[in-house]
Design a protein around this ligand. Structure first.
Ligand code: CP
Length: 319
């Protein structure tokens, strides 16, 4: 099967078959990480440009490693040092990169819909690395991959998304991905951080629970979201102390969880707020495995968008 798409903008528009194709394609790429040479020549001659208008550690570096492990060239447009600072528009910046004959633009932007604007106006492949509060599709995919790897299935899994859902593009991509793949999703957090729009869009296909104990007691996995201080323009939470008390996944609440419940976090973490170190570094945590899996997922996305039909296992064997 082929991913018949120029771009990856969201998980909302992907079918469950397309999601499964990406997850399956990432499996042999992850195996490559155990080889002494972690590289295949699949995208040799292609150029992947990074256009990050917001800070990033995991997403940018793992896209860069993914591109390099597929033997592509990479180009990082350092936005703070670029002509964006002189007022150049997003579209003009995108067109400039296209004129330089890059093949992919991986974009992170604070505005919802910025990747879509490039997608509609450029011929290059556009990959959304997080836009505003809209979506972060590769994070959603790597979370699905990690869940499937750990639990051997996604369908029927009880997954809690915990915390600042209002500001979270990770939550939205997870919601689309998990519901399409048949997981049973519970959203948990303070009322002020659980947007009406999500309740309207997902309706009865997700459960809303304001009480953390009730939300997590039958969970197979909990995806803990970061409290996004940079997007808290109004007082959505009365106090951090109260938030920690009610919704922080700290050691004092771990006895509420099933023995085999795993804990995910997209990073970066506010240790001591939404999660404490004993949980983040504890035996239930799969947070660093998410990071490793992110590279395999991003390799699969670049590989499939480039139109590769060769089985990735064959690509590894031919390398
Ligand atoms: N999960 C995530 O998007 O992390 P970064 O902001 O470090 O890329």
């Amino acid at each position: 099967m082929k991913l018949n798409r120029k771009d990856l903008l969201n998980l909302e528009s992907l079918s469950s078959e397309e999601i499964e194709l990406i997850l399956n394609t990432a499996v042999p790429f992850k195996r490559l990480f155990t080889h002494s040479i972690k590289k295949v020549p699949t995208l040799r001659g292609k150029t992947v440009a990074f256009l990050f208008y917001e800070p990033s550690t995991r997403t940018r570096t793992s896209f860069e490693l993914a591109a390099k492990r597929l033997a592509a060239d990479t180009l990082d447009l350092a936005v703070p040092l670029s002509s964006v600072q002189k007022g150049e528009s997003l579209l003009d910046t995108g067109k400039t990169l296209e004129a330089m004959k890059v093949d992919f633009i991986v974009i992170r932007h604070s505005e919802n819909g910025a990747p879509e604007l490039l997608s509609k106006n450029l011929k290059v492949h556009v990959v959304n690395a997080g836009d505003g509060t809209h979506e972060h599709p590769t994070q959603g995919l790597l979370d699905l991959f990690t869940l499937r790897e750990k639990k051997k299935k996604i369908k029927g899994l009880r997954v809690v998304i915990l915390g600042d859902i209002l500001h979270s593009r990770v939550a939205r991509s997870n919601l689309w991905g998990l519901t399409k793949m048949g997981a049973r999703v519970t959203l948990c957090g303070p009322k002020s951080l659980l947007p009406e729009e999500i309740k309207r869009v997902f309706g009865k296909s997700v459960r809303i629970e304001y009480d953390l104990k009730k939300a997590v007691e039958d969970a197979d996995a909990i995806n803990v979201l970061r409290i996004q201080k940079e997007r808290q323009s109004q007082g959505f939470i009365p106090s951090l102390t109260e938030y920690i008390e009610r919704y922080g996944l700290h050691q004092n609440k771990i006895s509420w969880l099933k023995k085999d419940c795993i804990v995910l976090h997209p990073g970066p973490m506010n240790r001591g707020i939404e999660i404490d170190s004993s949980v983040a570094d504890g035996e239930r945590s799969v947070i660093l495995e998410q990071v490793t899996n992110g590279i395999a997922i991003r390799m699969a996305v670049l590989y499939l968008l480039a139109g590769s039909t060769l089985n990735p296992q064959a690509a590894l064997e031919n390398s």
